[in-house]
Design a protein around this ligand. Structure first.
Ligand code: XIL
Length: 369
């Protein structure tokens, strides 16, 4: 994957001439939106958190606030407070909002998942949900993860309450219901572990290893699913590649570029939707520098693909990241430290953005102006 070059934090931080000083300004010049997953309570109670979101990012994604269990915690009465607060913050600060996520096999409230429903009943529930939420935020949320993680690791469909109740027709149907609810919103399919779609040089892992084959299979299965949906006229505008990665399991720059090109060839827009780079504990300065290079490579891959429109970091800082909560031996996955100081990854991304047109003026449509 990434070879650690002799780069130091000081060289990453070195100021250049005519350089933008925020991620947002540097990315916008290249036609790239940069976003972050946020929490409503932090936005309202933590002024430093809110300031960084406002100054460094052009877009926000509710990390948990718009999932089914947050919106419908107890019964069919909606609890919109947190999503409302996130949308209000975005409006005040002229940020865009990407909605996450209307349909998923996880974070379904118990009152829904514990009850067996006929295909008709489950379809009605899901259709109403999609329509209620998309209509309420029609003015404020211009793009949605309609369906999240429907493909299983081995390539079939992921087990889910919706698959069991409705059958596989739930997949095209949720996109049709979403289009009916809002005719202009951009509709995304979002998936994890699909960054490697082809057998090209992986430096850290043999191309024949079990894990490598599994990743290729999953990416290919996702590609085939989306191709079929599009061939059947299902309304779908884009694909989100989550990219929760670790140094050992990171696609090479070449692999990632090919994967993005492959999905773009379907006529889809691309989001890197949930980027974070987890490190094995204990975290050292060397690992933080390697992490910085990996972040930069993901940005380079996206910048190389004209249809890659947006990159989103999953959590503002290491104190607000899901990684140490969920994975016992992993930590420090974001670009701001727990005390909200900028990490090497932050500086390395800024440098990559600022230097893009110096290096690619001749071959990148992003540098046309
Ligand atoms: C995670 C959140 O970050 C956690 O706070 C929560 O406990 C579980 O979900 N893929 C997704 C995201 O699509 O919604 C998940 O977010 C991370 C994996």
């Amino acid at each position: 994957m990434v070879i650690l070059q002799a780069c130091s934090l000081r060289s990453l931080q070195a100021p250049g001439s005519n350089r933008e000083t925020s991620l947002k300004a540097a990315a916008e010049k290249l036609g790239l939106s940069i976003g972050v997953a946020v929490d409503a309570t932090q936005l309202s109670k933590n002024s430093r958190y809110a300031r960084i979101v406002r100054e460094e990012f052009s877009s926000i994604v509710p990390e948990n606030a718009s999932k089914l269990d947050a919106l419908l915690p107890k019964d069919s009465t909606y609890s919109f407070d947190q999503t409302d607060a996130i949308v209000a913050f975005a409006r005040e600060n002229k940020l865009s909002v990407h909605g996450h996520t209307l349909v998923w096999h996880r974070q379904i409230p118990n009152w829904i998942s514990a009850k067996k429903r006929s295909s008709q009943e489950a379809s009605k529930l899901l259709r109403n949900h999609i329509s209620t939420v998309m209509s309420r935020y029609a003015k404020d949320i211009g793009s949605w993860d309609v369906l999240n993680e429907a493909v299983a690791a081995r390539g079939g469909l992921h087990k889910s309450y919706w698959l069991e109740s409705i059958g596989s027709s739930y997949i095209p149907n949720v996109f049709r219901w979403a289009r009916n609810a809002n005719s202009t919103a951009k509709l995304y399919y979002n998936e994890n572990d699909i960054g490697i779609s082809s057998r090209v040089g992986s430096k850290n892992e043999s191309n024949s290893s079990h894990n490598y084959r599994r990743l290729v299979n999953k990416s290919e299965a996702t590609y085939r699913l989306l191709k079929k949906l599009l061939a059947n006229g299902v309304p779908l505008d884009g694909i989100g590649l989550q990219m929760h990665i670790r140094p050992r399991y990171t696609p090479s720059l070449e692999q990632l570029k090919l994967t993005l090109k492959r999905f773009a060839s379907l006529g889809l827009d691309i989001r890197i939707s949930e980027l974070d780079v987890s490190l094995d504990i204990p975290v050292t300065e060397e690992k933080l520098l390697l992490q910085a290079e990996i972040y930069s490579e993901v940005f380079e891959a996206c910048l190389s693909e004209p249809r890659c429109k947006s990159i989103n970091i999953w959590g503002l800082s290491d104190a607000h990241s899901w990684v140490p909560v969920v994975f016992k031996n992993l930590d420090k996955a974001t670009i701001f430290a727990a005390d909200l100081q900028k990490k090497p990854a932050y500086f390395s991304i800024l440098k990559t953005l600022n230097e893009w047109c110096q290096k690619h003026a001749a071959d990148s449509p992003r540098c046309a102006n």
